[in-house]
Design a protein around this ligand. Structure first.
Ligand code: FAD
Length: 591
């Protein structure tokens, strides 16, 4: 079975040393928050993930879910693990205390999310969707809806879903057809078919709260005519307990490449009773509350899977003996050297380490911005943090999930043929990682969001939230010889990013096809520079502390990222500048 130890020391570094989460303690409602509060919570979370979730990851993958007479059975051990999750109070971690939550900040819950995704991503899908439903209802539900549903979602006795996708529409939700007919009692009757619905049906909770996008009879066409409805599997009775079964059933389970223990359902709504959430025809905006949060969480899925793959790749590379290191044996007393001695294996392991730890630092910084946006009483500071989150959301989603796929593939490569064989567990990480690039808006769509929405919004205000601090940070270190090896390459890549941003904005204004053509490479370039900023900061902290193995490894990884990975910015910039002419000129019939 694959091993996993939650990287608590590195999480501590990302939160309290690079992101500087200590500033949260100065905000109202967050006075108690600090490393002393977070450490025992994260230790408990680590134990839960390592001891309860990890052992079910492989068996869950092998068993999958079963649909019988409309009921879905999750794999063996999942109901018990979910009960332990609920009894441990884990669903309530980052929820509002007004509804029974523990009110802990995102900086803590994001690290827990990463651990769950490492240990058992398929399990994590169930509470992940519930938390999304909680967020959407908390932001847009009526007082009565909040009072009835939120405490149940917070204590985990009920679960949630998001029902958007239909057979003919995924990215383009403006095409959706599910209907909502008003009934005389103020409720609605929902009719239609949704596909690919994660956690649509299961045996973990006594009720499931579906959040469904549908059209009212007189709704305008397209995305301006979509409303959000709450459709419980069992309609709550007068006491708020699950009552009569609603007319919504799982018609089929999707057979898929990975996350097999997560029930992905076709959901049939056949005049199901629902309640409107928020204003009519404003459903897409309301759903975005849930989707933005979900996008960050999907990025974290890539991070979590890359981490467990890395840990197992390192363990294997230490043990596996093959060949001799070029330039002299590393272990002459053995019949061959451990493969960790070979330059190409070291390249793979350091590449994984540098991407993973870089993404973790960026995740911590983004989570901190979420907390500041929610708690800072100074409107300008809260707004600045909100802009940062808006800018970083598509980057975290797409960059991290691409990274998850690429790094789990590298982890598999480290094990050679054994990586491809099921027994070692490495191929499951690759299969599980792939979906994160697709759902919650494909990564291509994230890139369009960055270029088409986030870049131009408010005259480039969100961009300035990133550009100004990085400029100042670089300028403040001018002339510091010991930092030059980090700051100079960062400054060069950053200057290139600024130049490309201006050029892409100019071209995109004249011709949106041009912006679309360069968007994915631009997002990658942006992400690379954002990670370089994290690594330069990490190096600054680690310099001069080489007697401590943690900081020694940190500095070594920073050097590898800056020297060996950051130069990719040159190729990415050239690709963006190449523009869309060749794409446009190619005839459809020639494909
Ligand atoms: C395992 C799994 C779980 C899921 N869970 C849920 C869930 O819980 N709830 C839910 O509602 N949905 C869920 N989905 C659906 C998922 O969100 C969609 O599959 C995804 O949004 C893409 O939609 P699509 O599959 O229809 O692809 P399409 O929208 O048809 O896209 C196909 C391709 O075209 C590209 N494309 C589409 N439009 C554009 C454009 N305007 N510009 C550029 N490129 C474009 C896409 O990037 C993609 O490469 C899930 C899917 C899977 C596989």
């Amino acid at each position: 079975m694959p091993i996993y130890k939650a990287p608590l020391r590195d999480m501590h570094f990302a939160l309290w040393e690079t992101a500087g989460a200590g500033i949260l303690g100065a905000l109202p409602g967050m006075e108690e928050v600090g490393a002393e509060l977070a450490a025992p919570v994260l230790e408990g979370a680590a134990a839960f993930c390592e001891e309860v979730l990890l052992p079910l990851n492989r068996t869950g993958d092998e068993e999958g879910c079963l649909l019988e007479n409309g009921a879905v059975r999750t794999p063996s051990g999942f109901t018990e693990a979910y009960r332990a999750y609920r009894e441990g109070g884990w669903p309530a971690l980052a929820c509002d205390t007004a509804f029974g939550g523990q009110g802990l900040p995102k900086i803590v819950s994001v690290m827990f999310e990463e651990m769950i995704c490492s240990a058992n991503l398929a399990f994590g899908m169930y509470p992940g969707l519930s938390h999304g439903a909680y967020s959407a209802l908390r932001a847009h539900g009526s007082e009565a809806q909040k009072a009835l549903y939120l405490p149940k979602l917070v204590d985990g006795t009920w679960a949630g879903t998001m029902c958007l996708t239909e057979p003919h529409c995924g990215t383009d939700l403006g095409l959706l057809r599910t209907r909502a007919e008003p009934a005389s009692d103020g409720r609605y009757r929902i009719t239609g078919t949704k596909i690919f619905i994660s956690a649509g049906e299961h045996d973990l909770t006594e009720n499931i709260v579906h959040l469904v996008l549908a059209r009212l009879p007189d709704a305008p066409r397209g995305s301006r005519g979509i409303s959000l409805f709450l459709v419980p599997k069992c309609i709550p009775d007068a006491q708020g307990n699950p009552g009569a079964r609603n007319a919504v059933v799982a018609g089929a389970l999707e057979h898929k490449m990975g996350i097999k223990a997560s029930a992905t359902c076709v959901m049939n709504f056949d005049g199901a009773i629902g309640w409107l959430v928020g204003a009519p025809n404003k459903g897409l905006a309301a759903m975005f509350t849930m989707m933005n949060e979900a996008r960050l969480s999907v990025g974290i899925q890539g991070l979590g899977l890359a981490e467990i793959s890395y840990q197992n790749a390192v363990a294997y590379a230490r043990e596996r003996l093959q060949g001799r290191r070029p330039g002299g044996a590393a272990a002459p007393e053995k019949p061959a050297d451990p493969i960790i001695a070979h330059p190409d294996v070291r390249r793979m392991l350091l590449t994984m380490r540098a991407w993973i730890q870089g993404c973790r630092m960026l995740a911590a910084r983004t989570a901190l911005a979420i907390d500041i946006a929610a708690h800072d009483p100074v409107p300008a500071r809260a707004q600045a943090a909100e802009d940062e989150v808006a800018l970083m959301t598509p980057i975290v989603k797409a960059l991290f999930s691409d990274m998850g796929w690429e790094m789990t593939a590298l982890g598999m490569q480290v094990l050679g043929g054994h990586g491809y064989i099921r027994e070692w567990g490495m191929e499951q990480f690759v299969r599980d990682a792939r979906i994160a690039q697709i759902y919650e808006g494909t990564n291509g769509v994230q890139a369009l969001d960055l270029v088409g929405r986030k870049m131009p919004a408010h005259g480039g205000r969100a961009l300035r939230r990133f550009f100004h601090p990085v400029s100042e940070w670089i300028a403040a270190r001018a002339g510091r010889a010991e930092m030059a090896e980090f700051v100079e390459p960062l400054a060069k890549a950053f200057g290139r990013l600024q130049g490309i941003t201006a050029e892409l904005a100019r071209r995109g204004l004249a011709d949106p096809f041009e912006a679309g053509a360069g968007a994915s490479e631009y997002l990658r370039l942006f992400g690379l520079v954002a990670l370089a900023r994290e690594w330069a900061r990490a190096a600054e902290i680690a310099l001069g502390r080489q007697e401590d193995a943690f900081y020694r490894a940190k500095l070594g990884t920073a050097r590898f990222f800056i020297r060996n990975i950051l130069p990719q910015h040159t190729g990415l910039a050239a690709s963006v500048l190449a523009g869309g002419a060749a794409l446009r000129a190619f005839a459809d019939t020639d494909f």
